[in-house]
Design a protein around this ligand. Structure first.
Ligand SMILES: [Zn+2]
Ligand SMILES: [Zn+2]
Length: 336
């Protein structure tokens, strides 16, 4: 128990990383009293508050392979461009990708966490991720209210990375729940409910990401226009502007890139399809007036291609311009 006591001391001093390290050490050296394999059991020998703080510290211990969930893109060696001077589509031309080791969460791998603690750690991580998405969405008016062309592109990239990191945390929770051997814990129910909640937040986060890509396009377009002579820099800026605009207009802008979180995306699609079915049922039983005005609405191709939407679909949302990815000249050229 000595190491656990030291860990609690470190917590009280505000040294969460150190506290988590000491806790892990006590586990790996089997210095923890026998029979303590879950946070609940730990709470019985220390205190519920200390146990909960320790789980939180453990949940937010940094990944040993990256900083904040990102690493250099190997496809372009961090340059954002590939051999024939095209934008690297793996990383969206930013030269960095989600860390493979932690899945882009920036937190230590679940494999390093004592088994009985993993579910609670995931619950803690997802709660914080949801909170961060919420705060980001609420404060976004600030970044979007200013003129995009006069904003530093780094500002948009920062927001992009922040949102993707939270999506990575949710994705990791889903991956864990899918593994058959992992489906046993008192916190499982809580985790499942949190993930259900996360799907709606993820859809909002992706909308925000789409807007960020649109703002990036405006930044680069303005820069390209300011560059008078037709040099390579101007060409690159124009290329970037076109590329980010095409992503902004596309149906599934992050698919097949290193920024794709496929399980979460699939779940979001299912959620959207379910909503769509509900909407279609409403169309099948409309008022007689509405039927006369738009008899073919339910057969519209648009209903098949809508990207994930949350509960309040907005027809003005650019994400309704589905399938632009397949017709945009840049994507044709890149063979996407
Ligand atoms: Zn790259
Ligand atoms: Zn990492």
């Amino acid at each position: 128990m000595e190491l656990i006591k030291q860990a609690i001391n470190q917590l009280q001093l505000g040294h969460r990383q150190k506290a988590a390290q000491l806790f892990l050490e006590s586990y790996h050296h089997e210095l923890i009293p026998e029979g303590i394999t879950t946070p609940k059991q730990l709470a019985e020998v220390i205190s519920p508050a200390d146990a909960s703080h320790l789980v939180s510290a453990l949940a937010h211990m940094s990944c040993v392979c990256c900083q904040r969930g990102i690493t250099k893109c190997e496809n372009c060696k961090g340059t954002g461009r590939i051999s024939n001077d095209d934008i690297c589509e793996a990383c969206l031309g930013i030269g960095i990708v989600a860390c493979k080791f932690c899945g882009g969460t920036g937190w230590i791998s679940l494999e390093d966490i004592p088994q009985g603690f993993v579910m609670d750690v995931l619950v803690e991580r997802i709660k914080v991720a949801l909170y961060r998405i919420m705060v980001n969405l609420e404060s976004s008016t600030e970044i979007f209210s200013s003129d995009a062309s006069s904003t530093d592109p780094k500002e948009y990239l920062k927001q992009f990375l922040l949102l993707n990191r939270q999506l990575a945390v949710i994705e990791a929770g889903m991956v864990f729940l899918e593994a058959p051997t992992n489906a046993q814990s008192a916190s499982q129910n809580q985790l499942e409910k949190l993930i259900e909640l996360s799907v709606k937040k993820a859809i909002q986060a992706w909308r925000q990401i789409r807007e960020l890509l649109g703002s990036l396009a405006q930044c680069y377009l303005k820069e390209a226009q300011k560059t008078s002579s037709a040099n390579i820099r101007k060409i690159h800026l124009q290329q970037k502007a076109d590329y980010y605009q095409s992503l902004h207009d596309s149906f599934d802008c992050l698919n097949a890139t290193e920024w794709e979180f496929s399980r979460l995306y699939q779940k979001a699609l299912q959620h959207a399809q379910h909503k769509q079915q509900q909407n279609q049922q409403a169309v099948h039983h409309p008022t007689p007036h509405a039927t006369a005005q738009n008899p073919d609405h339910s057969a519209s191709p648009k209903t098949k291609t809508n990207p994930p939407q949350d509960d309040q679909p907005n027809e003005d949302d650019p994400s309704h311009q589905a399938n632009a990815i397949y017709s945009h000249p840049y994507h044709k050229r890149m063979g996407a």
